[in-house]
Design a protein. Structure first.
Length: 94
C-alpha cells in the first residue's frame, strides 16, 4: 500500500539534498517504472532517510563507501557524490 505522505516527504527530502534530481528521476523512470520511482521516494527517502539515527552526512558517506565497494553502481555513486557535495561535505571526505 502506498503511503502518499511518505512519497511527498521523500520527494521533498531528496529535492532538498539533491536539487533537480527528483525531476530527472520522474522524467526518466516515471512512465517506465512508476513503482520504482514510488519506492525511491516512499521507502528510501520517505522512510530510511527520515530516520534520525544517522544524519545526511554519515548516511551519504556510508552510501558512497557501499556503492564503491559493490561496484557496478555508478549511477548511485554519482547521485550520492552529488548529494555529498551539495551538503558541503568536502571532496577530501568523499
Amino acid at each position: 500500500m502506498t503511503n502518499h505522505t511518505n512519497v511527498a516527504i521523500g520527494r521533498a527530502a531528496m529535492a532538498g539534498a539533491a536539487p533537480g534530481i527528483p525531476d530527472l528521476i520522474d522524467a526518466s523512470l516515471g512512465s517506465v517504472a512508476p513503482n520504482t520511482v514510488r519506492r525511491i521516494y516512499e521507502q528510501i527517502w520517505g522512510d530510511v532517510y527520515q530516520d534520525t539515527t544517522l544524519g545526511l552526512r554519515d548516511r551519504t558517506l556510508i552510501s558512497i563507501a557501499a556503492a564503491t565497494a559493490i561496484g557496478g553502481a555508478e549511477i548511485n555513486l554519482t547521485l550520492q557524490t552529488h548529494i555529498a557535495l551539495h551538503a558541503e561535505i568536502g571532496r577530501a571526505h568523499v
